[in-house]
Design a binder for this molecule. Structure first.
Ligand SMILES: Nc1nc2c(ncn2[C@@H]2O[C@H](COP(=O)(O)OP(=O)(O)O)[C@@H](O)[C@H]2O)c(=O)[nH]1
Ligand SMILES: [Mg+2]
Length: 421
């Protein structure tokens, strides 16, 4: 945990303008040793909280024997960490209860920080202010596939909830990126429904915001809509009989109860957790693009326009379409960086990765789920991000899964600054 904190402090929070509080939660008392080590790692206030028993124990309506048998079964077939009792409590707590903890009552925003994660790049603006000023509610930085065997009834339960509570669904909710299309062919678990090419058969495609990084509005997760949805899933016992992760629950909730325009992709935050990593385009590469411009290095003040123009030529797709209305907000970030007299490029300690690098990393090969033919992040972004060069190998092949996105060649891979247009 100390390693994670030191990075957040040096990349972001240590600045005089920030120094946001840290709040730690545990189902047991934190040791004095832990508290001392943490307190030394930051100048900010630290709070060490014990999670109430009711938020970290099997509820009365859950049959313990069925829970045990389910854990053994899921453990046996290789569903990640499903055999661990504590993991189920953890997922349930992160899916719903966290936002209700008393210590968080006075806060509007949270940023979830896990032990042993890495933050590769300086973050030269205030992410919380950014969320607020742009009327955002939820921020993520990787969208990837989950192992569908961990939540066999999640989608059925979600559909039942929507049916009973349709008034809670946001009028501008955009669910399309989370649904299978008829182009997603390797359907092993469910029979193909025979829908027309390009249309959806209304089934969940298992894409999720990878929630161990998230910056979100606590009010949203305390809202009537999210709480009702969480309680609905909880009553059905899915956190125990299955292994519902907090990630798909947050993903479906955010996508149901918010317009997509309130969800922000923090591509500029270099992050890794376990085998999943995202490294954004940064200064070195920007300089490289500028230096390799046919007319020689560009004067600093024309950088932006020229880099974009260069991007247009290099991707050979004709006039460069913008990523979408959301990503125009990159401009706001850039201005903020300027205001804080930071450098516009990111200072990163990682090698730039394609945006869909991590897509299938959490899905073991033995999980025979149908996989969307485009990666989750591209489905979220839409537009030009879905344009492909050639299909080199199938995403569902052994090689495709091992390579993440490498089996597919898209026109854009997000490795240069044009990703922020
Ligand atoms: N307090 C507490 N935290 C836990 C427990 N199990 C996991 N966590 C925390 O929950 C988060 C996610 O757990 P982790 O094992 O990294 O899950 P994964 O990343 O989904 O494989 C981490 O912050 C863990 O420290 C537990 O039994 N008690
Ligand atoms: Mg982890």
């Amino acid at each position: 945990m100390v390693a994670s904190i030191l990075q957040v402090e040096s990349r972001f929070n240590g600045r005089d303008t920030h120094q946001y509080d840290w709040v730690f939660f545990n189902n047991e008392e934190f040791t004095l040793e832990f508290q001392a080590a943490i307190t030394k790692a930051t100048k900010s206030r630290c709070f060490f909280e014990r999670i109430p028993k009711a938020h970290w124990s099997t509820p009365l309506w859950v049959d313990e024997t069925r829970f045990d048998v389910g854990r053994q079964f899921m453990g046996g077939i290789g569903v990640g960490k499903a055999w661990l009792q504590s993991y189920h409590h953890m997922c349930r707590w992160n899916a719903g209860f966290f936002a209700l903890e008393e210590r968080l009552a006075d806060y509007d925003w949270y940023w979830r920080v896990e032990p042993a994660v890495k933050f590769h790049c300086d973050i030269n603006y205030d992410v919380f202010r950014f969320m607020e000023e742009n009327n955002m509610t939820y921020g993520f930085n990787m969208a990837i596939l989950d192992d569908a065997r961990s939540f066999p009834s999640l989608w059925e339960q979600t559909k039942a909830f929507i049916e009973q509570n349709s008034e809670l669904v946001d009028n501008d909710a955009d669910f399309n990126w989370l649904l299978y299309t008829a182009n997603d062919e390797d359907d092993v678990i469910r029979p193909h429904t025979g829908t027309a090419k390009g249309s959806s058969d209304g089934e969940y495609n298992n894409c999720q915001f990878y929630s161990n990084f998230e910056i979100g509005s606590l009010d949203f997760f305390r809202s009537k809509a999210h709480m009702a949805y969480f309680n609905h899933l909880d009553q059905a016992g899915g956190f125990y009989y299955e292994r519902l992760g907090d990630a798909p629950v947050h993903t479906l909730s955010v996508s149901l109860f918010l317009p997509k325009s309130k969800v922000w992709y923090f591509r500029d935050i270099g992050y890794s957790h376990g085998s999943c990593e995202q490294c954004p385009p940064h200064e070195d590469e920007l300089e490289e693009v500028i230096d390799s411009h046919p007319n020689g290095p560009l004067p600093r003040d024309t950088k932006e326009a020229e880099v974009k123009a260069h991007g247009t030529q290099s991707v050979v797709v004709g006039p460069f379409e913008t990523l979408g209305f959301q990503h125009r907000r990159w401009k706001t970030i850039a201005q903020d960086v300027e205001r804080q007299k930071g450098i516009p490029g990111l200072s990163c300690g990682c090698t730039v990765s394609a945006i869909d690098n991590n897509n299938a990393r959490l899905v073991p090969y033995e999980s025979k789920q149908r996989k969307p033919s485009d990666t989750c992040i591209r489905k979220f972004l839409g537009g030009k991000w879905l344009a492909r060069k050639d299909m080199v190998s199938d995403i569902n092949s052994v090689a495709g899964i091992a390579a993440g996105s490498a089996g597919m060649e898209y026109v854009l891979d997000g490795r240069n600054m044009v990703s922020f247009q």
